[in-house]
Design a protein around this ligand. Structure first.
Ligand code: HSE
Length: 426
């Protein structure tokens, strides 16, 4: 990522300078191994393995942390902030784990911490929430924020491709994380939606409170059935604001990332391949949509350049805290437990095809006051077990999970039931 930013600065640093009236110079670049060959030609004299010397160098005005990981990256950022130097980072994992503490440190030291590239690559969604929509209460935020999962789901739908073959392609193309579980099990997206939820609602949302499901359970069969029903399966990260409710808390939000059936006519269903999109609904503005490359060196570099420009302007105008990085302003905010959230569902069961099966399943759902909106048992699936797809009316996750446990115990059920949410963006 650092190489991409260096390259972009070489290419457009002059342009930014002429737009802002500020000159930039990459004075030093700290790397893990100076002898390693690099795709971007950085003069050897500028490379060092001593990050502390770079950060503490009095000639360094702005520190960009683009190394990833948590431990050293945190040391780099805290050292810079303690010296009152603005920091630009793309490190979603670090912010997700320690954001609150780092933002507080920036505030105490009268400097700024910029993090546009940490969420949705080249889409300026942090700037949107921090600045453009400052006059709105955010009632809904839906995002496709993991390029790898979106790429896999897109190719599975368009080509009927196999999950693992497409994942290998995503790794080869360089946008999947080195550890693919971070992407496909939803953790990368959870880190990103946690940052957006915190920013949108003014209290820090730790990763442990985010209901996280990945895409491993999505099969080509589900993609086909969803399509027949008029839906497309996407990994949707969402933040929903609820009424204050009985708890009296002023802000109650759902924060989750799950495979979700989205109406195929909806704009998010048509965000394909590595592209990301974020739909933000504000109480004043209504729906707004942001779309772009969510991963990859150049998209990320574009966001880092924007942050460098902001940090430079702050220094020039002595406005280091003009737009604070994150201000906790909602003391009574609460993340609603996933059991208490309500949704429509797609349920795929593998059942023994004999009379009475559907009636027994429907009875168990009925006992839990869960309504079925449609049923498909496709032709052409003869054998020991056949797929049975049920679309379920609004139900709480707690009721749905309880009913599923009972359904799973029926002797006519084979394999593990598959449950995905259905979202109509109301
Ligand atoms: N692995 C991430 C993705 C990269 O696929 O979206 C950008 O954070």
């Amino acid at each position: 990522m650092g190489g991409g930013v260096y390259h972009a600065l070489q290419r457009n640093g002059g342009l930014i300078s002429s737009r802002l009236g500020v000159k930039f110079r990459v004075s030093q670049v700290a790397v893990r191994d100076v002898s390693k060959s690099r795709p971007v030609d950085i003069p050897r004299a500028r490379l060092t393995q001593d990050w502390r010397a770079v950060v503490e160098n009095p000639e360094t005005d702005i520190v960009c942390e683009l190394m990833g990981g948590v431990t050293t990256a945190k040391a780099v950022i805290t050292t810079a902030l303690k010296l009152g130097k603005p920091v630009v980072t793309a490190n979603k994992a670090l912010l997700s784990a320690c954001g609150e503490e780092l933002f507080e440190l920036a505030k105490q030291r009268g400097t700024s911490l910029y993090y546009e590239a940490s969420v949705a690559g080249g889409i300026p969604i942090i700037k949107v929430l921090r600045e453009a929509l400052i006059g709105n209460r955010i009632t809904r935020l839906y995002g496709i924020v993991n390029g790898t999962c979106n790429y896999i789901l897109t190719r599975m739908k368009l080509e009927g491709a196999d999950f693992s073959a497409v994942l290998a392609d995503a790794q080869r193309l360089g946008f999947a994380e080195a550890e693919p579980s971070l992407d496909v099990d939803g953790h990368d997206g959870a880190q990103k939606i946690g940052i957006l939820a915190s920013l949108a609602h003014g209290f820090w949302v730790p990763p442990a409170q985010i209901h996280t499901e990945g895409i491993r359970e999505v099969t080509p069969l589900d993609i086909q059935f969803a399509e027949q029903l008029g839906y497309t399966i996407k990994l949707i990260a969402m933040v929903k604001k609820f009424d204050a409710g009985r708890s009296g808390k002023t802000t109650r939000i759902q924060v989750s990332i799950t495979p979700t059936l989205v109406p195929s006519s909806h704009v998010l269903a048509n965000v394909n391949h590595v592209f990301n999109a974020v739909l933000v609904r504000g109480d004043v503005v209504g729906d707004t949509l942001y779309y772009g490359r969510g991963a990859g060196q150049d998209a990320t570099a574009s966001s880092v350049l924007s942050d460098i420009a902001d940090a430079a302007l702050d220094l020039q105008c002595h406005t280091e805290q003009r737009v604070p990085a994150f201000v906790p302003h909602e003391n009574d905010g609460e993340v609603v437990k996933i059991d208490d959230t309500i949704s429509r569902y797609y349920l795929r069961l593998s059942v023994v095809d004999k009379p009475g099966t559907l009636a027994r399943i429907a009875a168990l759902l009925g006992q839990s006051k869960i309504g079925i909106s449609s049923v498909i048992q496709p032709e052409g699936h003869e054998g020991e077990s056949v797929p049975l797809i049920l679309m379920i009316h609004d139900a709480s996750f707690a009721a749905m999970s309880k009913a599923l446990t009972k359904i799973g115990r029926l002797p006519v059920i084979k394999g593990t039931p598959v449950l995905f949410r259905v979202e109509n963006f109301e």
